[in-house]
Design a binder for this molecule. Structure first.
Ligand code: CTP
Length: 408
């Protein structure tokens, strides 16, 4: 299953380090080339000799303990197809989140451009520490794949969340990522994200609650699956793929049009303002003696409708945010917009959608078929959206309002 794949395993100083011996064997059984890098503290829990024997490779620990000069961290980072850090201690997670490079393992991660899986394991109080939570959140946001620890009896005597997740989970996710690395290669995918900002005057604007998280998740997944990604975003995004920052609907329209001809797929996940202020004031508007004021609004271009009308080979995907009659409104909207797919979002729910890390959507296709994706984190939803768009997952063509993954 893993012939020709280079897996770099990073082990840090936690008691779960001993479990990684078995993980190495699991990868080796599938013919992967496994290399191991340890922090010095990891060797308090597992020996170098054991890891060397199991991986059938030298185990690296100290970047200066080498016979000839060679920038080890760069060559390790270049060679591997994926890096799996397990167990990842609170200390190493903090260093990675802050770009610290004080040992070989952290230096490699800093230079690593391919997917990195992090499987934390620590005492439950350390896991719940807000500093650890912030570090995890930052790593998740930056595109690291986090396999959260499980709850149970901990080696330190506590009971709570902090146990290394199962080796099967780490193994399965590694295989899944390796196998999907080139799924979208050769595809140029343009994605919009965030809510547009329509100025009133130099200090005020009209906008909406869109956080951009769904669009960013789509861009992250497309990029990790080998696509060339252009993310046109109203929110700041710091990623390795191409990000075009825009503000207004007009700027977004211009950016989309510039990428349109060369794109294979365009996904309009942004919440575009339907109207803008007719006369934007150059100067700050002053308070008047009147109790009410009126702002005159004019219609913005409907970017999705325009690109759907002129598409040739491109797949065009829209999103629709509805607070009532989700499916009925979505059906009308896909017909009105003329796009290939419409992802319907229920924004009345607090546990999904705007600002949330989670979503639950129904994908409508222009052929009348539908697929409901159960509540999941936005990256998982993004993955499944690509599976539908690229025909790896079936939609249902009967007349049921909802098609669930179990019945389809
Ligand atoms: N959209 C667009 N240009 C606009 C408005 C919306 O390209 N001026 C796109 C959005 O990016 C989204 C889709 O159209 O992909 C649907 O957006 P939504 O706000 O749900 O629909 P609207 O067309 O704005 O209709 P309404 O607000 O009346 O529901």
């Amino acid at each position: 299953m893993l012939s020709g794949k280079n897996i770099l395993i990073g082990i840090t100083g936690g008691i779960a380090a001993y479990k990684i011996c078995e993980l190495i064997r699991m990868f080796k059984r599938q013919n992967a080339n496994v290399k191991v890098v340890c922090t010095p503290n990891a060797l308090n829990f597992v020996t170098k000799l054991t890891l060397q024997n199991l991986s059938q490779n030298n185990v690296a620990v100290d970047e200066f303990d080498i016979p000839d000069y060679k920038p080890e961290h760069i060559s390790y980072a270049d060679e591997a197809d994926i890096m799996v850090i397990a167990p990842a201690t609170a200390n190493t997670i903090s260093k990675i989140a802050n770009g610290t490079c004080d040992n070989l393992l952290t230096s490699i991660v800093c230079a690593f451009k391919k997917p990195v899986i992090i499987a934390p394991a620590m005492n439950c109080n350390m896991w719940e520490n807000p500093i650890s939570e912030d570090n995890m959140e930052k790593l998740y946001r930056l595109g690291y794949e986090i396999l959260e620890p499980e709850s149970g009896f901990l080696a330190c005597g506590y009971e709570g969340k902090g146990r290394l997740c199962s080796l099967e989970k780490i193994f399965d996710r590694t295989v899944e990522i390796l196998q999907s690395q080139n799924k979208l290669s050769g595809q140029k995918i343009v994605i919009t994200a965030g809510g547009t900002i329509e100025n009133i005057d130099p200090v005020r604007y009209i906008s909406n609650y869109s956080s951009g998280k769904m669009g960013i998740a789509l861009a992250d997944v497309a990029s990790s699956q080998g696509a060339e990604v252009v993310l046109i975003s109203t929110v700041d995004v710091n990623r390795k793929y191409n990000v075009v920052k825009v503000k207004s609907a007009f700027e977004m329209q211009e950016a989309v049009n510039a990428e349109f001809a060369s794109a294979n797929c365009i996904i309009m996940a942004a919440a575009v303002a339907d109207y803008r202020v007719k006369n934007v004031s150059d100067q700050k508007l002053k308070k008047t003696f009147e109790d009410t004021i009126t702002l005159e609004l004019v219609k913005n271009p409907d970017i999705l409708k325009e690109i759907s009308a002129k598409k040739t080979t491109q797949t065009v995907v829209g999103f629709c945010a509805e607070s009532e009659n989700l499916i009925q409104n979505a059906k009308e909207k896909i017909a009105k917009k003329g796009c290939d797919y419409l992802i319907a979002n229920d924004i009345s729910r607090k546990d999904i959608g705007f600002s949330s890390d989670y979503n639950e959507v129904t994908i409508l296709s222009c052929d009348g078929s539908m697929k409901k994706l159960e509540r999941s984190n936005k990256r998982e939803i993004a993955k499944q959206i690509f599976e539908v768009i690229y025909g790896q997952k079936e939609t249902c063509t009967d007349n049921r309002e909802f098609c669930t993954s179990t019945t389809c």
